[in-house]
Design a protein around this ligand. Structure first.
Ligand code: C2E
Ligand code: MG
Ligand code: MG
Length: 486
């Protein structure tokens, strides 16, 4: 650009100077020639300048509008172009147009194992398919967030479902070098509908529908209500903590032989002034996603530690109480320091920590190693460690070797399966044996009937928790229960 301007100015200056000299000589014709030459030099300079400016502008525009990895439209441009396009269509057509979001379910596993290039290859291919598909009008990608998007022609749901299923099927495998890698995709769809929803909103909704779609989900009013509730919960979470709306309930654990209470599990509930009573299944996942679980678990643990201190002061029996710890903490900075500060203040007597086995299914080896270190540090601080929901997931048995586990807590699903299958009963029995052989106490959760209790006793399981013995109860009720039963 600088060079172009320089040419233009130099041309002009040169023309003017020479004209002055020649004018004095009275050579009018020559002056005209020189002036014309000067104008020509200036024009060439300007042309150079504007072509370069155009190139720079095109490059800038590309950076602003395109996904830097795939070259397809990025989301901002997709939204703009999509909205402009929709506005040229009739109401009837718009109602049947949809925004589709396709994502990789666990992109970090794909990139950690095969590198970012694998993700880029996948989305280049996906973007290409979407651009070429006869049912799309516009496509874009967002490789960083592992997603591809498109706006469709007016289509019925059944037809769109079929085409998307085919697209997902075609992209199930990815060639990485010599390897054929399986990729799990999830897709969400949102129709613009009779209200002619904005493309930006439809994109958001389709993204929400894609979350855990397994593999394809259409945005609907139930999902919309759920989304609204999530955002309400998110906006209320901090105030709820400050107003002490989260309460710990206690569910007793029993010795299956003596039928005496031997401890309890602390389970959180949210009694919201705005939203009513909410069990943890409604909010724990959200708080794990937005990080609020960090504060909530700390608050809960502190509450239970205070409860144990009060029991000691009141002369009530201090039975071990287990507190759930989210897998979120395994990645969290400052978690161990916070736990240390609680331990310094309250000690660890009568406190166990429950961790689910999925807390260790991390995407990278480094992260897995780190989580093992965290658990070892917690154990060294004096906490007993319970492996919650054991047998519910992929049960990496090497964890039993690597973790300092004190309690094996068998998942309810295993108990239910054992009721109807002799083979599962054998598996359950061997699991109990394994736990004992490794020096752990073994407890089973979710016991509802005398038959289930008898089955567990028969395979050697010594402890149990479930509605047969007691529902989770509020603090005052649990104190009364302790007085009566312990
Ligand atoms: P969990 O740790 O596996 O807790 C056991 C769940 O089983 C509890 O559900 C309990 O009420 C339920 N349960 C107990 N006995 C029976 C029974 O006989 N039959 C059946 N069907 N269910 C029974 P709840 O209280 O809804 O908690 C659900 C999950 O929420 C917990 O599963 C735990 O993963 C999580 N959670 C609860 N409190 C906390 C917390 O303070 N922090 C974290 N991070 N997670 C929590
Ligand atoms: Mg638990
Ligand atoms: Mg459990």
């Amino acid at each position: 650009m600088g060079l172009g301007i320089l040419c233009f100015l130099a041309g002009g200056a040169f023309g003017a100077a020479s004209a002055g000299v020649w004018l004095a000589a009275g050579a009018a014709q020559q002056v005209i020639v020189v002036l014309l030459a000067a104008i020509a030099v200036g024009a060439i300079g300007f042309l150079c300048y504007s072509r370069r400016a155009h190139r720079v502008q095109t490059r800038l525009q590309r950076i602003i509008e395109r996904d830097r990895y795939t070259g397809f439209y990025n989301l901002t441009k997709f939204e703009q172009a999509g909205q402009a396009l929709v506005e040229t269509r009739s109401r009837e057509e718009t109602a049947r147009m949809a925004v589709v979001v396709v994502r990789v379910t666990q992109p970090s596993i794909l990139t950690a194992t095969y590198g970012k290039e694998a993700l880029i290859t996948l989305f280049r291919r996906m973007g290409q398919r979407l651009v070429e598909a006869p049912w799309t009008v516009l496509a874009g990608t967002r490789t960083n967030a592992a997603g591809a998007v498109c706006l469709t022609h007016p289509l019925e749901e059944a037809a769109l479902r079929e085409m998307l299923s085919r697209l997902l099927g075609e992209n199930e495998y990815l060639q990485v070098g010599h390897m054929r890698v399986r990729v799990t995709l999830e897709a969400g769809v949102c129709y613009l509908g009779a209200t002619a929803m904005r493309v930006e909103t439809a994109l958001n909704n389709a993204g929400l529908a894609a979350q855990g779609a397994q593999p394809l989900r259409f945005f609907n009013s139930a999902l919309q209500r759920e989304t609204l509730l999530m955002s309400r919960m998110e906006s209320l979470q901090q105030a709820a903590l400050d107003r002490r709306e989260f309460h710990i309930w206690y569910q007793p654990k029993y010795d299956l032989v003596t039928r005496r209470c031997v401890g309890a599990e602390a389970l959180v509930r949210w009694e919201s002034a705005e939203l009513g009573f909410l069990p943890p299944g409604r909010f724990i996942h959200l708080f794990e996603r937005n990080g609020f679980i960090s504060q909530l678990d700390f608050y809960n643990l502190r509450h239970v530690m205070e409860f144990q201190r009060d029991c000691r002061e009141k002369g009530l029996p201090v039975l071990p109480i287990s507190v759930n710890q989210s897998r979120f903490h395994m990645k969290e900075k400052g978690y161990l320091a916070r736990m240390r500060s609680l331990v310094d203040r309250f000690g660890t007597e009568g406190i166990e920590l429950e961790l689910t086995e999925t807390a260790f299914g991390f995407e990278s080896e480094a992260l897995q190693r780190h989580s093992l270190e965290v658990v070892n540090a917690l154990h060294a601080m004096g906490f007993a460690i319970d492996m919650d929901d054991f047998g519910s997931g992929y049960s990496d048995l090497s964890l039993l070797n690597q973790l300092p586990l004190d309690v094996m807590k068998i998942d309810r699903s295993l108990l239910l399966a054992s009721e109807s299958s002799q083979r599962m009963r054998t598996v359950l029995g061997r699991m109990v044996e394994l736990g004992h052989a490794l020096g752990m106490r073994v407890i089973c959760e979710g016991i509802e009937t005398e038959e289930q209790e008898a089955l567990l006793r028969a395979v050697g399981c010594e402890y149990g928790q479930g509605f047969l013995y007691g529902q989770p109860m509020q603090r005052a009720d649990f104190e009364a229960f302790l007085r009566a039963h312990a």
